[in-house]
Design a binder for this molecule. Structure first.
Ligand code: G6P
Length: 615
């Protein structure tokens, strides 16, 4: 939520900042702004309501140059989306400009205090309170900016990643983080980049520093990166090398990132398995399992914590781990878990699943698990993000940057890692036979090919999509491994087409949703050949008997359901436990094409953000 970019060096900062904001637009896009210090020494702020393109249009006629700049794309928390509430915010005298990602929880108390001292505010944001507070501390105590920031941050409760420009010191950008991500890029030519993630930085440098909790960084021209904490204790940042190609950050000829990412999935899964499943496809090696074998195989229980799509992957993980390893698994929404006084035993293993590795609720759930002495295992995509750094071990899904707000390849990457983890643990615990293990590992390696086959139905789905655009409500049904697929299919449709959709376990339909079924309500049933196949057929009959219109996802060659359903989408066969990897594809495509037919902005659905760094 909210994206931050900054630059200081010898190039004109404006184009770098705008390009960076576009790369970060998945984090928020209700307003955007940029601040630059001009050659004459003026600190200029330009802001616009709407997307980054609106900011660009607003700036078009203006001559904007500067070698130090900060920029922000916003996802509103405090104050409606408007130009006034957009960042950067000026301090009272106009000497400072600040951008912020996060929430200052005690902003009202701080604001009232400042108002009692005669301060006035131009916006409804918590951010403006912070910049006014910093300047007030700086001027009233004659402190340098760094010290004023340290004093101010001691007074702040909440989450933040901030960057500040000071008109009086045009050679410096100061930034800080607490519970919101911030990465500094070290350019080759005495220059610094700054961003919420590596995507705006990757095209300029591969050397980055992921700031740690409580770090304050000073980016000063001609000096080395200086990092201290709030108490001015020097920190020793580690420089990391990143490996992100430009192609991964661009649409590569596809109209939307979401479609590109759907089509990337076969290769993403190959990357995810590469080096982990050997060439003979008969053995999986996960270093996390080698390093922590005993802790993992002797776990009393696994608790999976996640949000959104990652939670759906967790539901599939539960079935995989329980079926294959016979270890009990609970799956919790991180946002509920953190406040429900959960029972956590020291011999539990808590698995945190997160694409971004920055979700605030998932991070809070991890902290709770640490406090209870449990072992914490992360499954993340973004390399070097907070969650992988705050877990004892874990497995990266390695599907590359996911930019479309609706998660697709991260979901199948997460399910792939959970499949490999379950198989590894099952082999260690000997809860499946050697033969079964070998057969399953070999089948897992064939899934990318099967996904490629499933992607061939894109044209069929594109043709089918227009008939669903009228729908106000849709129902998605599945059982067993396909129940989370139904949930995820419904979520995709809701997120990008704004059609209300519900995922349900097919048999539960009788206990409520069946009352909604009529000829206006499309019902999507995942009815692949598995042990519950016959039962799902009965569920289809129940829908038909009430005039419902059924679109069924079936195993290739299924003639029985073809006779019952209005539309069938055929899928290549695979093992039941890997079916979600294949069956998700047509549901992702369906949501995509319905949203495109409805003229929606697929990559930037309203009100959503890809990385939810506030609770
Ligand atoms: C947001 C995104 C979802 C994502 C969820 C959890 O809601 O829009 O796509 O599934 O956050 O994010 P995480 O990064 O923790 O997987």
């Amino acid at each position: 939520m909210c994206g931050i970019v900054g630059y200081i060096g010898h190039k004109n900062a404006y184009p770098i900042l705008i390009k960076g904001l576009k790369r970060l637009e998945y984090r928020g896009y209700d307003s955007a702004g940029v601040a630059l210090i001009s050659e004459e020494g003026n600190l200029n702020v330009y802001k616009a309501k709407g997307k980054v393109a609106d900011l660009e249009a607003h700036c078009q006629e203006k001559d904007i140059t500067g070698y130090a700049g900060i920029a922000h794309t916003r996802w509103a928390t405090h104050g409606e989306p408007s130009s006034a509430n957009a960042h950067p915010h000026y301090s009272a005298s106009g000497r400072l400009a600040l951008i912020h990602n996060g929430i200052i929880e005690n902003y009202l108390t701080l604001k009232e205090n400042l108002i009692s001292r005669g301060f006035t505010f131009k916006s409804d944001t918590d951010t403006e309170v912070l910049v006014q507070l910093i300047e007030h501390i700086m001027l009233s105590n004659s402190l340098p900016l760094l010290e004023a920031v340290q004093v101010a941050l001691h007074q702040v409760i909440g989450a933040y990643a901030i960057a500040i420009l000071d008109r009086e010191h045009p050679d410096t950008v100061i930034c800080a983080r607490q519970s919101s991500p911030l990465v500094v890029g070290l350019g080759s030519d005495n220059e610094f980049y700054l961003a919420s993630d590596t995507s705006p930085i990757a095209e300029y440098t591969d050397k980055v520093v992921f700031l740690n909790e409580g770090d304050i960084a000073v980016l000063q021209l001609g000096k080395k990166l200086q990092v201290v904490n709030m108490d001015n204790v020097k920190q020793h940042p580690k420089v990391k090398q990143i490996d992100v190609t430009l192609g991964q950050l661009e649409k590569g000829g596809y109209p939307y990132f979401m479609l590109k990412e759907i089509f990337e999935q076969p290769d993403c899964l190959r990357n995810c398995m590469r080096g982990r499943i050997n060439v003979d496809a008969d053995r999986i090696t996960l270093s996390a399992v080698i390093d922590y074998r005993k802790r993992l195989i002797e776990a009393r229980r696994f608790i999976i914590v996640a949000c959104g799509t990652s939670w759906h992957a967790g539901l599939i993980g539960k079935q995989l781990i329980e079926n294959l390893c016979r270890i009990p698994v609970e799956v919790e929404y991180a946002s509920e878990f953190r406040y429900c006084n959960p029972v956590i035993y020291p011999d539990d293993v808590v698995i945190a699943i997160s694409q971004s590795g920055e979700t605030a609720d998932t991070l809070a759930a991890i902290n709770l698990a640490h406090e209870a002495g449990a072992f914490v295992f992360g499954i993340c995509n973004a390399i070097g993000a907070s969650i992988p750094r705050q877990t004892q071990t874990g497995v990266y899904i390695h599907v590359g940057p996911e930019i479309g707000v609706a998660s697709t390849k991260a979901f199948t990457g997460q399910v792939t890692v959970l499949s490999m983890l379950a198989l590894c643990l099952a082999a260690e615990r000997k809860t499946i036979s050697a033969e079964q293990y070998k057969q399953m590992v070999s089948e897992l390696t064939k899934v990318p090919e099967k996904m490629e086959e499933a992607l061939k139905i894109n044209k069929q789905i594109e043709k089918l999509a227009p008939i669903f655009t009228y729908a106000k409500n849709c129902l998605y049904l599945g059982r067993g491994y396909n129940y989370p697929v139904a949930l995820e299919g419904a979520l995709k449709l809701k997120e990008i087409s704004y059609i209300h959709a519900e995922g349900y376990p097919a048999a539960e339909m009788k206990h409520g949703p069946i009352a909604l079924i009529d000829s206006e309500m499309p019902v999507f049933v995942i009815a692949t050949r598995d042990k519950l196949y016959e039962k799902v057929i009965s569920n289809i009959q129940e829908v038909r008997a009430r005039g419902g219109r059924v679109t069924a996802l079936v195993t290739k060659g299924d003639e029985q359901i073809r006779k019952l359903a209005d539309h069938v989408i055929e899928l290549p066969d695979t093992l039941e436990c890997f079916q979600p990897l294949v069956a998700s594809i047509p549901l992702q495509l369906l949501a995509y094409h319905i949203a495109v037919c409805k003229g929606k902005d697929v990559d930037r659905p309203r009100n959503l953000a890809k990385s939810v760094t506030v609770e």
